[in-house]
Design a protein around this ligand. Structure first.
Ligand SMILES: [Fe+2]
Ligand SMILES: [Fe+2]
Length: 208
């Protein structure tokens, strides 16, 4: 029913933007890893990087929600919702690490959510291949981005590193699954626009 969909969508947006996402309840990857004595500027830099990752996970919630809403295929919707629950773990972990680093979420979170939802919904309306194609394109992009963070995070920040590593592995798994389910390749202009948007997010959330 349409009203159920609307309520579920509002519920996810509110949970995502107010830090109430429970995800699939997997344990915190940094659990048991001692927090290094980072220099103040290292701590600040790690905090900014985790804010970018947190913004990316807000967008992941929005994308998967838009994609699940836009598809007419119940099996595909269930698969998208399962991946979204894993992304919910990522969101929680990033939130926790942001707090530990005395950082804060991006002020532009509602903007990231809105953009992600719209993108996901439109891809879903274009059909299954394009819906899954978006998953593959986004997840590969995120995987690459997280690898760059593993190069750039302070070497001693083992807690952030454990979180980012687990996320990177999950994102690779999401892409693989979508490929196996029949993802199509997105048109070049769409991929280009996604590249531009990802730069806007990774730069924007670094500061705002
Ligand atoms: Fe994620
Ligand atoms: Fe993912």
């Amino acid at each position: 029913m349409l009203s159920d969909q609307v309520i579920a969508n509002i519920d996810n947006a509110l949970r995502t933007l107010t830090g109430q996402q429970v995800g699939s309840d997997r344990p915190y990857p940094a659990q048991g890893i001692p927090d290094a004595l980072l220099r103040p500027w290292e701590r600040q830099r790690a905090g900014r990087m985790m804010r970018v990752n947190h913004a990316g996970e807000i967008m992941a919630q929005a994308l998967y929600t838009g994609q699940a809403t836009g598809t007419d295929d119940p099996a595909l919707r269930a698969q998208l919702q399962r991946a979204r629950a894993e992304e919910g773990d990522h969101l929680r972990w990033c939130e926790a690490r942001l707090r530990e680093l005395n950082s804060r979420p991006s002020l532009l979170a509602p903007l990231w959510y809105g953009a992600g939802w719209g993108m996901g919904f439109l891809a879903a309306r274009r059909g299954r291949a394009s819906n899954l194609g978006l998953v593959v394109a986004v997840e590969h992009q995120v995987e690459e981005h997280l690898n760059s963070h593993l190069d750039a995070l302070p070497a001693e920040d083992h807690r952030s590193r454990a979180i980012v590593t687990q996320m990177r592995n999950d994102e690779a798994g999401h892409a693989e699954k979508a490929e196996a389910l029949g993802a199509g390749k997105l048109p070049a202009p769409v991929r280009m626009a996604m590249g531009v948007f990802s730069r806007v997010l990774t730069r924007g959330a670094l500061w705002l």
